[in-house]
Design a protein around this ligand. Structure first.
Ligand code: ADP
Ligand code: TYD
Length: 211
């Protein structure tokens, strides 16, 4: 399912809640636009009208609203729509796509919440998505600091933040392990620094990948 166009490049940002992904995705988007590139900034869950509707189902309500298995299906349904309608057409048109979270978030947020869920996440991904980013920027951050940043931000989409500090800490370690598992596409960036300093490392990683 590799529909990459000639100039297309697929970049994802990953990390725990509050690590600064959205801030860094926006700064990278602004920078690449200023450099004259054709760039699309998008996010998950969401990024297409149908997927944005699924986002609203996923991010509001109590922690028990969905089981991890149901979540896995909903996130994957949203991702499939996002891929079909937004990401693949953009890559085929030669655009750089910057995506705030992608399949690695499902590997962590759903895959770490029960025995053998990670295996089922991988199976569903292979069956229905089958595409990975060209480069994944992991914004690494202390779990408690990330959670307090995310909580301070507010906004109502707080169902996952309500899972608490312990899960957030497991996610951080999980993301670092994932970066080793998929070492070819991952770059780990220390997010506990001023945003402009983090942004400089992000740009360097992307330039290296663009070669
Ligand atoms: P994420 O998308 O990973 O949840 P955000 O980019 O939304 O993170 O950032 C979470 C909060 O932390 C926001 O209020 C944002 O302004 C702030 N923030 C982002 N980057 C930094 C940074 N490097 N230092 C301090 N605060 C930051
Ligand atoms: P996001 O809006 O990126 O939240 P934040 O800015 O706080 O990082 O994502 C919303 C929540 O959805 C976040 O807590 C992580 C969760 N999520 C999953 O559980 N699985 C997924 O596949 C994705 C893409 C997100």
């Amino acid at each position: 399912m590799s529909d990459r166009g000639a100039g297309g490049l697929f970049i994802s940002f990953e990390g725990i809640d509050g690590s600064g992904k959205s801030t860094q995705a926006r700064l990278l988007h602004e920078h690449l636009i200023a450099e004259g590139h054709d760039v699309l900034l998008t996010r998950e869950p969401g990024g297409s009208p149908g997927a944005e509707e699924i986002r609203a189902l996923l991010l509001s309500g109590g922690v028990d609203r969905w089981s991890p298995e149901t979540e896995m299906l909903l996130f994957t349904a949203a991702r499939r729509d996002h891929l079909e309608r937004t990401i693949r057409p953009a890559l085929a048109g030669g655009q750089i796509v910057i995506c705030d979270r992608f399949a690695d978030s499902t590997r962590m947020y759903q895959g770490l919440r029960g025995v053998d869920l990670r295996g089922r996440v991988e199976a569903l991904h292979d069956l229905m998505i089958g595409q990975e980013p060209d480069v994944t920027l992991l914004i690494d951050m202390d779990a408690a600091e990330g959670l307090s940043r995310a909580t301070a931000r507010g906004g109502g989409e707080d169902r996952f933040e309500a899972f608490g500090a312990e899960l957030q800490a497991a996610m951080r370690q999980g993301f670092l392990a994932l970066a080793k598992e998929f070492a070819r596409r991952f770059r780990v960036i220390d997010g506990a620094r001023p945003a402009d300093v983090v942004a400089r490392d992000v740009r360097a990683a992307v330039v290296e990948r663009m070669g």
